[in-house]
Write a protein that binds this ligand. Structure first.
Ligand SMILES: Cc1cc2nc3c(=O)[nH]c(=O)nc-3n(C[C@H](O)[C@H](O)[C@H](O)COP(=O)(O)O)c2cc1C
Length: 363
């Protein structure tokens, strides 16, 4: 008999270590296919470029969102602490990792609540899987929100990971209804996020219909849970055997690239967080220019957050410098100006966006 609670918690450490040490990225999220048109006469002062933006009635000093990563094992607390300090210092939003482990075992609650202690003013998103929401109901969502005094709750969709995990939840029936109920019953805004396979236009329409406040694309091209789970299976870390190793590897190519998912979601509404494979300030500028309200990063912030506050701050400053340089070179003083810049959309990304609807890009 598998002890599911113990696995929920110990998986968290495996995930951090594997993501920090192994090759777990899937490919090209589509940002390489986007080219800004250079403005040789930008007529603006780079020193006055303003990164302030708004999302769900909050003002952010930066459009960089720290995507959900961790908490749930004592060894993850320091990472959450550092990420939260950075969120507070740079005026960024942050999501915590799935709070399931602490809902199953309240002794782990401080690995999450530490983020509110360290970031009293930051926009924080609680996190729960759609399956856990369906199985445990609104009470778990309310406890997750309360645990970090969250400004929003992200319900994550990760059925690829569930499908290839021997210990995964393999029944998705009832999740949409549970999301609808959550949106009706709880005042805190609900964000639906994928975790590396992206959200399609049809899924986005279902989510808006259920009453969600925002969608986070969590698109393909960055961290791949198929890759992470196949490493875990290789290491013998899954509770059964490693017979699912090969499907894990084969599914690293599965998903909607982030840029395509962003276009699909924006076709039916917003606000939207673009995430999945965003790797630089230039990628953030591209996501914002295409219509995203915020751009989320997970993996690139993980290694520096495991190292020190200083390493994390250096990484964030570099990302901001790249974003500011891109804004300068497109003559954009404010984030809103970026959305008016000219871009070329090339290659496979153009094909995927144009296939169904050539006018889809941008709101
Ligand atoms: C170590 C790690 C743990 C993660 N854990 C969660 C989680 O618990 N809940 C969730 O919604 N997403 C989780 N994610 C997914 C991220 O929030 C994000 O959607 C995904 O990694 C794509 O972004 P990236 O390519 O910048 O890493 C995790 C990502 C990483 C790297």
């Amino acid at each position: 008999m598998v002890d599911k609670k113990r696995f929920t918690s110990s998986r968290k450490l495996d995930h951090l270590r594997i993501c920090a040490e192994k090759e777990v990225e899937s490919g090209d999220a589509g940002f390489g296919d986007i080219r800004f048109v250079h403005n040789a006469l930008p007529e603006c002062d780079m020193g006055t470029i303003d990164l302030t933006t708004r999302f769900l009635n909050h003002t952010f000093s930066s459009p960089l969102f720290i995507s959900a990563m961790t908490g749930g094992h004592p060894g993850t607390k320091t990472v959450n602490e550092r990420l939260a300090r950075a969120a507070e210092r740079f005026g960024m939003g942050m999501g915590v990792g799935s709070q399931r482990a602490a809902l199953e075992n309240p002794a782990l609650g401080d690995t999450f609540s530490v983020v509110r202690d360290e970031a009293p003013h930051a926009f924080l998103a609680a996190n729960l899987g759609a399956v856990q929401l369906r199985d445990h109901g609104i009470e778990w969502a309310e406890r997750a929100i309360e645990m970090i005094r969250a400004d929003a709750i992200a319900i994550h969709l990760n059925f690829l990971q569930e499908a290839i995990q021997p210990e995964g939840d393999h029944n998705a029936i009832g999740c949409l209804a549970a999301i609808g109920e959550l949106c009706r019953e709880v005042k805190t805004p609900v964000i639906i996020k994928e975790t590396g396979c992206g959200i399609s236009a049809a899924t986005a329409r279902q989510c808006w219909g259920a009453g969600v406040s925002a969608i986070d694309t969590g698109g393909w091209g960055g961290t791949s849970w198929a890759a992470v789970e196949s490493v875990r299976a290789d290491e013998g870390k899954t509770p059964q055997d490693n017979r699912l190793h090969t499907p894990g590897k084969d599914f690293t190519g599965w998903g909607i690239p982030t840029v395509v998912s962003l276009a699909e979601v924006l076709a039916s509404g917003g606000p939207v967080i673009a995430s999945g494979g965003i790797r630089s300030g230039l990628d953030i500028a591209k996501g914002l220019a295409l219509g995203a309200d915020l751009c989320g990063m997970a993996l690139p912030l993980l290694k520096p957050a495991m190292e020190s506050d200083e390493a994390l701050a250096r990484m964030i400053e570099t990302i901001h410098q790249e974003l500011v340089a891109t804004m300068f070179l497109t003559g954009s003083v404010k984030i809103a100006d970026l959305r008016k810049t000219r871009m070329f959309i090339l290659g496979r990304t153009r094909q995927m966006i144009e296939k169904d609807n050539p006018a889809r890009i941008r709101r």
